[in-house]
Write a protein that binds this ligand. Structure first.
Ligand code: ARG
Length: 395
């Protein structure tokens, strides 16, 4: 009996060639699984393309809801931004996709999982580490990494096996997309000085629209309504993607450090994600006690690194998640965002659990702060400094 392998199938050139390669060179039965994490694709066409490429079975698994509920919600609660800027669009989808593949492999008695990542990127790391975490016994196959073909050669290989390839030799960019945003790389973008041409963007557009406001309601760190209309987290992300994207906000152009040691120029657009993270951070500013807020800000970059580095399923991530979840208990309330061309700013926030105390903060007559308490506090706070100044400074 032939061995069966589940392939993470995207419908693109590499995974289409991978179907043929695993079938012809390794004698596997390939089961193609396309996971819908919100990329704008014709999934029926993708499924058909997998079968045309030689897959014995092909299916599409819609995991958008789970992706939002189990993955994006954690990223949002942690304000996860890699190197302070990138909301981890591709990094978050890989563990979600792997979870589906592992379940499919168990259902279909497959002995291995294959992916179409190259050897230079981060995605291979995320796929393989996640597979090893969830199903250590499964074999991992990375045909694209091993076959040593240039793009042109793989197109020719595909043709020789009768596989219709979805791209021409002049393909412009490598694009990865899901509901948290879009990553666009390669082509003219490989020179970091080149301005991204307007055609790289599709979620954001040039805008001259009049400013507008949108109110996001959060409950324990998760958005639950837009302008008072209750919606699922997934619906909120998708509504914000269109609204915020229509103002041209959410574009990122950066050179980032890949896990494999390469600096790479990346462009992203993530209008909904960036608007939500901004609003969430702002609500935390009024609801988190000072030390908790500061501690959380210290670990957020570490959480982003773990996600980026493929360690979503890891004991450290699990421990950090519990810290983050516990911090979110009172992160409930409303944040108002003002949108105008290329801009999205917070211009108001409120919460039933707000620690902002008007009577303490005000400089008017209702001030309840005891000013005389401050004198002794400040003296003791600076005691070490005054001792140092008297004894050593200038000696
Ligand atoms: N550099 C980003 C990351 O590592 C995006 C990767 C995009 N992947 C792709 N196949 N275009 O998360």
């Amino acid at each position: 009996m032939k061995k069966r392998v589940v392939l993470a199938y995207s419908g693109g050139l590499d995974t289409s060639v991978a179907v043929a390669y695993l079938t012809h060179e390794f004698d596997f039965e390939v089961i193609a699984v396309a996971v819908d994490v919100g990329q704008s694709e014709d999934f029926e066409a993708i499924r058909q393309r997998a079968l045309d490429s030689g897959a014995v079975e092909a299916s599409v698994v819609d995991c958008k809801e789970t992706y939002a509920e189990d993955y994006l919600s954690k990223a949002l609660k942690a304000n996860a931004l890699y190197e302070g800027r990138y909301p981890l669009v591709s990094s978050l989808s890989r563990p979600a996709i792997v979870k589906v593949l592992v379940e499919e492999a168990a259902k279909l008695n497959a002995t291995g999982i294959a992916h179409g990542c190259t050897g230079k990127g981060n995605d291979q790391v995320r796929f393989e580490v996640s597979i090893r975490a969830l199903a250590p016994d499964l074999e991992i196959l990375a045909p694209t990494r091993n076959w040593n073909m240039t793009r042109e050669e793989s197109i020719d290989y595909a043709k020789s096996k009768g596989v219709r390839v979805p791209v021409t030799k002049e393909k412009l960019y490598s694009i990865d997309e899901n509901i948290w945003g879009r990553a666009i790389e390669c082509g003219i973008l490989e020179d970091p000085w080149n301005r991204p041409p307007e055609d790289v963007w599709s979620m954001t557009r040039v805008s001259q629209d009049d400013p507008t406001e949108v109110i996001i309601t959060f409950k324990s760190g998760i958005p639950v309504a837009l302008n008072d209309k209750e919606m699922s987290f997934l619906e909120i992300i998708s509504n914000l993607n269109s609204l915020v994207g229509s103002y041209g906000y959410g574009r990122i152009d950066m050179v980032e450090n890949r896990r494999v040691g390469i600096k790479s120029r990346e462009t992203y657009e993530a209008p909904g994600a960036l608007a939500l993270i901004q609003a969430h951070k702002d609500l935390e500013a009024v609801t988190l006690e000072r030390d908790l807020a500061h501690e959380k800000i210290r670990i957020e970059p570490r959480i982003a690194e773990l996600i980026y580095d493929g360690l979503w399923f890891s004991p450290l991530m699990e421990a950090y998640s519990q810290f983050v979840d516990s911090s979110q208990k009172y992160v409930s309330g409303e944040v108002r965002l003002q949108l105008s061309p290329y801009s999205c700013i917070v211009n108001g926030r409120k919460s039933p659990y707000s620690l902002y105390d008007y009577n303490l903060a005000t400089y008017d007559a209702s001030d309840s702060f005891n000013h005389s308490d401050a004198e002794g506090f400040v003296k003791i706070w600076g005691l070490g400094i005054s001792t140092w100044a008297q004894r050593q400074k200038g000696v």
